[in-house]
Ligand binder design. Structure first.
Ligand code: UT7
Length: 330
């Protein structure tokens, strides 16, 4: 049976930098409050009608180049996003066309912050069964168009940003790659972090009253999300390590979903990991939902934070609730 390893990484963020000070024009907040509560200094917003597929194209081109592959080598596309370009069809289909892939399968994964890890898990299975040799796995988001830039939306608007990360998952006979993946959900908490409108339960799916009430914007109960996140992150990391007879002492780097610096710090302390074992870039990009792990992974590679034989742990928690981890031998 083949192993699945990450043969290339890439990321792309839009040029438009949105500082904390910029947000203070629209809402009652301060740079100091945002930094203290979240660790975020700035985030990126698209400036035109670019959707996640457009951001993903740039990230994917870089990942392909790093893997030494071309579009002709890719057998399947897995596109994780909670902010698809359109309600239908999926962003994977848009990317298939825009990058000139063959008529390969393109699957959208809608698991919000955990989407990239779920996507990696799917890729891992296809590689291990021998069905595919090279799979493009993407996490890409345009959250900015669902932000309520007013006092009403200040708890979410300060957190989320736009961006894309991509990896190529390839088959190898070597003893390396994805060791295991672990996925969970708990749908009873769906309204703690959700985007309700447009909804197929409504006819029409969206109307002026819903817009006036701001139901087209991402809604979050920050305290509740925080409370669950600090429990689920350590749990799913330990679950993955135990599955592989590893301990936290074996971990070279954790690349967590970039939700909030305070969450990551609490998780790190719970796991008794040293500060340098957590890769963080939230100060630059905020929380980019499904894109945050592949962006961070690509940056960690470029910062020489990952070397051959390292045990790298990916871990996510978010809307759903969903949470997931991947244990990788690099
Ligand atoms: O990808 C996963 C999804 N998201 C997360 O992981 C986010 C998880 N949650 C969080 O990061 C935090 O809950 C937030 C950063 C959203 C909020 O921080 P907090 O420390 O939990 O603040 P809080 O919601 O308990 O609010 C404390 C105070 C409140 O005022 P009162 O009621 O104490 O007077 C809020 O109204 O801070 C106020 N507040 C703000 N103040 C200045 C809320 N948002 C802001 C703001 N600027 N932007």
């Amino acid at each position: 049976m083949a192993n699945a390893y990450i043969s290339g990484t890439g990321y792309f963020v839009p040029e438009r930098v949105i500082t904390n000070d910029y947000l203070t024009q629209f809402m009652d907040t301060t740079h100091e409050w945002i930094v203290e509560r979240t660790g975020i200094h700035e985030r990126r917003y698209v400036s035109d009608e670019t959707g996640p597929a457009g951001l993903a194209k740039h990230a994917s081109e870089i990942a392909l180049k790093e893997a030494g592959l071309t579009v002709a080598d890719i057998d399947f596309i897995i596109f994780a996003t909670s902010t698809p370009d359109y309600y239908a069809p999926g962003s994977g289909c848009i990317l298939q066309d825009e990058m000139g892939f063959g008529n390969i399968g393109a699957l959208d994964v809608r698991v919000q912050c955990s989407g990239f890890v779920y996507g990696l898990s799917i890729a891992d299975q296809y590689i291990k069964t021998g069905e595919f040799k090279n799979i493009l796995v993407i996490g890409a988001e345009v959250q900015s168009t669902a932000m309520d830039l007013s006092d009403r939306g200040r708890d979410t608007a300060i957190i989320f940003g736009d961006g894309a990360g991509a990896v190529i998952v390839s088959a190898t006979e070597e003893n390396k790659g994805i060791l295991s993946t672990h996925m969970h959900s708990e749908g009873k908490f769906l309204k703690e972090l959700w985007l309700e409108i447009p909804s197929s339960r409504k006819n029409p799916r969206i109307d002026q009253k819903m817009l006036d009430d701001g139901r087209q914007n991402l809604q979050m109960n920050g305290r509740e999300v925080f409370r669950h996140a600090v429990k689920r992150f350590p749990e799913v990391i330990i679950e993955g390590l135990e599955k592989n007879n590893l301990t936290t002492a074996d971990v070279s780097l954790v690349v967590p979903h970039q939700a909030n610096t305070r969450i990551t710090e609490m998780v790190r302390r719970k796991l008794k990991l040293p500060p340098e074992s957590m890769y963080m870039n939230i100060h630059k990009y905020g929380n980019t939902t499904a894109a945050s792990i592949p962006i961070a992974l690509a940056e960690a590679m470029r910062d020489d934070r990952i070397a051959g034989d390292d045990i790298v742990v990916l871990a996510a928690f978010g809307s759903g609730f969903t949470w997931a981890s991947a244990i990788i031998k690099w």
